[in-house]
Write a protein that binds this ligand. Structure first.
Ligand SMILES: C[S@@+](CC[C@H](N)C(=O)[O-])C[C@H]1O[C@@H](n2cnc3c(N)ncnc32)[C@H](O)[C@@H]1O
Length: 251
């Protein structure tokens, strides 16, 4: 994507009512004005709210919003040119149960209040092999999610990264978090139903390269969490097999 294209998308983003782009000043050590008010002020109802973290172009947010009209969906990502795709679609189709937020997920606690969110989807996040603190399913992030996820809320993780799947599973088990399900090959095992077979941009890319797609669902019932006992070296090597080049389009 050319720089000109990106600028055009950024300009167009300003015109989408469904896209919220808080400034750093609005979220750094501070509650965003819509924290606790997404239902009432944005969607005009008190339907459950589901958040997709690292939503990219927003495939899950959009597809789920059409399947579940009585649920509100919010896609979060930092990349404006990717969000543009989902936001443009939601705007053009007048999808009233969809919003997008352009922000760093590090600020997520400034955006959502206690019990505001019913479910989280984390779709094909960067595995962050070398940086556990940046991993969206690491203890640091799960503690943040605990603060706004309902007590019966669910975290859904879909990834092509066996490293991330096994790491998250180890974390869930070590901390005795309620595990709902874990599947290491949703297509091969026939588990991919209507919801799990929604394909994101990255999923399509990795499927084409023959990587099995994994899925996990769990709850977070405490915020005292320990990093798992974890054989990083072994899993890092496993992860790199066949992955020398991962040229997913950066668009
Ligand atoms: C590998 S892409 C996956 C995108 C999309 N879910 C898909 O499957 O096509 C990871 C996405 O997470 C976003 N992301 C990663 N870390 C983030 C952070 N800390 N805050 C906001 N977005 C983040 C990136 O901008 C990117 O769009």
């Amino acid at each position: 994507m050319s720089a000109k294209d990106k600028l055009r998308k950024f300009r167009e983003n300003e015109t989408f009512g469904c896209l919220y782009q808080p400034t750093t000043e609005e979220v750094l050590w501070k509650d965003y004005r819509l924290k606790g008010h997404w239902g009432g002020q944005v969607f005009g109802n008190d339907n459950p709210i589901v958040v997709e973290l690292g939503c990219g172009k927003g495939e899950y947010t959009i597809a789920l919003s059409k399947m579940f009209e009585n649920v509100n969906f919010i896609g979060v990502d930092i990349k404006g040119a990717r969000l543009w795709k989902g936001a443009k679609y939601a705007h053009a189709e007048k999808l009233s149960n969809v919003a997008f937020i352009r922000t760093r997920i590090e600020f997520i606690e400034s955006l959502f209040a206690e019990n505001e969110i019913s479910q989280i989807w984390i779709t094909f996040p960067d595995p962050q092999i070398k940086r556990a603190k940046k991993r969206l399913t690491g203890t640091l992030f799960l503690k943040r999610y605990f603060n706004f996820l309902k007590s019966d809320g669910i975290v859904n993780l879909k990834t092509d990264s066996r490293f991330l799947h096994e790491y998250t599973l180890a974390l869930v088990k070590q901390n005795n978090l309620p595990l709902i399900e874990a599947n290491t090959d949703i297509y091969g095992s026939g588990r991919a139903d209507e919801i799990l077979s929604i394909k994101t941009f990255y999923e399509a890319h990795y499927l084409k390269r023959g990587f099995p797609i994994t899925y996990m669902a769990f709850r977070i019932d405490k915020n005292e969490l320990a990093e798992p006992q974890w054989d990083s070296e072994y899993w890092e090597k496993e992860e790199m097999k066949g992955r020398e080049f991962t040229p997913a389009n950066k668009g």
